[in-house]
Write a protein of this length. Sequence first.
Length: 681
Amino acid sequence: MVSVQRLARKWWASFIGSETAVLITTSILVGLGGGFGAVVFRWLIATFRQMAFGPVRESLSFLGRYSVVPIPALGGLLLGPMIYYLAREAKGHGVPEVMEAVALRGGRIRPIVAVVKALASSLCIGTGGSVGREGPIVQIGSALGSTMGQIFRFSDERIRNLVACGAAASIAATFNAPIAGVFFALEIILGEFSVGYFSSVVLSSVMASVIGRIFFGDVPAFPIPPYAPAAPIELPLYAALGLLAAVVGVAFVRTLYGLEDIFDSWHFPEMFKPVAGGVLVGIVGAFFPQVFGVGYETIEQALYTRLPWTLLLILAFMKILATSITLGSGGSGGVFAPSLFIGAMLGGAYGLLVHSWMPGGTAAPGAYALVGMAAVFSAAARAPITAIVILFEMTRDYRIILPLMLATVISTVVASLIDRENIYTWKLKRRGVDLRAGKDVNLMKAIKVEDAMTPLSRLVTVTPDMPLRDLARLFDATHHHGFAVVNSAGELYGVVTLADLERAVNSGRLDGKVADICTTNVRVTFPDETLEDALRHFGALDVGRIPVVSRANPKRLVGLLRRSDIIRAYSRAALDLEEKRRHLELMRMQEEAGAKLMEFEVKEGYAAVGKKLKELNLPSDCLVVSIRRGGRIVVPRGETSLLAGDRIVILADSPDEEAILWTLRQGEVKKPEEIPAPIEY
């Protein structure tokens, strides 16, 4: 007996100090935090909604049905400055920001994001913003997991794990769907099904579900109406619903980012754009109040066939419009619930039509609404496993699984054929992040041809009737290897190269004209294409330059893209990316150290020019952490000499900015009365 106790104590001591114990403990804590976070977030939404559509709306009752119009605008007025000044990551639907943090920053998310996201999204939803609560809860839970990992100084891999735990916990607590929470974290957030992540994510999901059931009860997210299992003859009907869901899902994604582009191009203060979006959503809501908020009550009505098919169809497209306006203008909220709403409306309308044609041989319209929810979400998010599992957990009925799987897989495949990107990766792609390419930034996809090309205003062009002798002198004077040939009408005629001229000289045709030797059947590219697209042209033709023409008028030359242009653009983008990463790392360093970061430019004539870092008389609490020199980042060492034009970043515990700048300028520790302030982060 004593030996058994001794062995048990020995095992317990080794377990407590093991990595497994740390993993289990942190997973449980993140799960509990995600569960309580979901509870608090839902309480905030209910509180803001009660205030907005209670006393506030009553005070606007003189506007009649239009009393709801100012309410979303008021929410935008409050959340816009909050996001702009405190945490711009809280803008939008949240999940892409988490995916980007996992892919590029080792899962590191600023702790303030959780607070700002909770307040901004609850304000947006509570005041009628047409968005969901699941995306924000995912970002909140992920931020909690990331913060815990950063507090304990875990590795990047462990922090990513905790971010996934937070995401799983959030979905599990929200939908009372622990299995779906696990698959959401693995399929969408991490993008991989790894055994190393699985156990901890499951543990967090279970703990969050326990918290959710304590506060919300052990009930599914939606009450499900009774329905008959699908007959074999119905499966083609569900397949057709999958096709429709694919088209609608892609339309939702494109509308969302199309309106975001419109708002981004609008020259208006960024923090006040949500106000304008709120007014537009309020106008839509004045006629179709069902689009306000998450819309779960309307989904329930669709499941129980309480609305006509015409209204259901209208609501599907009004929800697409309202959600796109809310998020495109800078609001904060998720796209999960809107996807379910759109799918329920589409499926419900489709089910009513099918049932009217075949009343005796089909399931109730509510069954089609259920399947439509999963199919549209999967078409938008390309997450078929999550869609199937979450609907299965919501219904708790195996009889729906066959039509559910069929429609969801079809919608996913068809949507992928229409558009490669989903509602989450589209946002990342626009930033140049390609999760399929090693979870890093594909700069060639992020740079447009128009940003790299030499524009027509800076081009030397030639005409078709230019004598070859003049062309030879032009080559000799400019040292170029090729020119675009443009006719008298200003249209692209072709391209002439130094090799073309050399062949003419060797064959004794130097008395001819440019038109005699130039290539007229040339491959062209367009300004809105990416450098990756342009590189395919270079690779296929083995040429050194490609004309860039207007897409509206392919004969009009707008620029020339050379290989050297691509190299320069890539170098600039790589430097900018490195600078952004460096800035994020420095911000994190500043936050962790409680110190201050300052940036100074070493100008010509400063005493610091030519000196080594170890020779500078900087205060003892100062550390030079980075030097930007021309087009590259220099790692600072004691032997590193400063050059004129260098930009140095200094980290200091108790910084005296004027003294540091004086030291760089004069080479001695002295504080003058008036010295220009340095650049601060």
